[in-house]
Design a protein around this ligand. Structure first.
Ligand code: TYD
Length: 211
């Protein structure tokens, strides 16, 4: 089940770290609010108070977190976020713009941690009672280019960012495979394009859905 059937619209941004998701989510929010739409902009992990606590564990815990525990923590964050933030907004007829959703779990935990993409997807579908986005924008970026952007940022790496290049290559390949499997949901964009061109492509995809 997608957000169809409710009156709202559920749009997610996906991609590797450093791909520019946050910038594009902000630009889309501005475009839609300028057009008079009510928008809820949120993210995973960490879109709720409970989620902020989960985010702290998965991104900043200094010791080991077992891969299955990590997958369950992201799923727990998602279950709470969907029930308390996303579905209520969709039920009110609003547009939800979200930085990362279940495709991130499939790519990072399923492919990156090699837990199995089908099982991780099923876990998220159980957590969310089957909620899928109407549109998912994948900002595709070569992990070595992404690494350069993150280095330039000068922020310490979190647990996932600190993973090896081979991990991030698996994540990217899985995102592309997910997009190929569901072309009607995904819009794949080359994240090296200038932000204004990316924003225009996103607007073109979303425009018919918000008329
Ligand atoms: P993000 O909030 O995009 O990081 P930042 O704010 O530092 O740009 O995502 C945090 C990290 O969590 C990112 O490396 C991807 C990872 N992640 C997963 O591994 N699985 C998931 O299900 C989600 C939502 C994120």
């Amino acid at each position: 089940m997608t957000a169809e059937g409710t009156r709202g619209l559920f749009i997610t941004f996906e991609g590797g770290d450093g791909a520019g998701k946050t910038t594009q989510a902000a630009l889309l929010e501005k475009w839609l609010t300028d057009a008079g739409r009510r928008v809820v902009r949120t993210r995973e992990p960490g879109g709720t108070e409970v989620g902020t606590l989960v985010r702290d564990i998965v991104l900043h815990h200094r010791g080991e977190v077992a891969p299955r525990a990590e997958a369950l923590l992201y799923a727990a964050d998602r279950a709470h976020h969907v029930e308390t933030v996303v579905r209520p907004a969709l039920d009110r007829g609003e547009v939800v713009i979200q930085d990362r959703y279940l495709d991130s779990s499939v790519a990072y935990q399923g492919a990156g941690r090699v837990l199995g993409t089908d099982e991780v997807r099923q876990l998220s579908l159980w957590a969310t009672e089957g909620l899928l986005p109407d549109v998912t924008v994948l900002l595709d970026l070569d992990p070595s280019v992404a690494r350069g952007r993150l280095d330039a940022d000068d922020k310490p790496f979190d647990r996932l960012e600190a993973e090896r290049e081979s991990f991030h290559v698996r994540v990217r390949e899985e995102f592309l495979a997910l997009a190929a499997a569901e072309p009607e949901r995904f819009l794949v964009l080359d994240a090296t394009l200038p932000p204004a061109r990316l924003a225009a492509a996103v607007q073109e995809r979303v425009a018919p859905l918000v008329r």
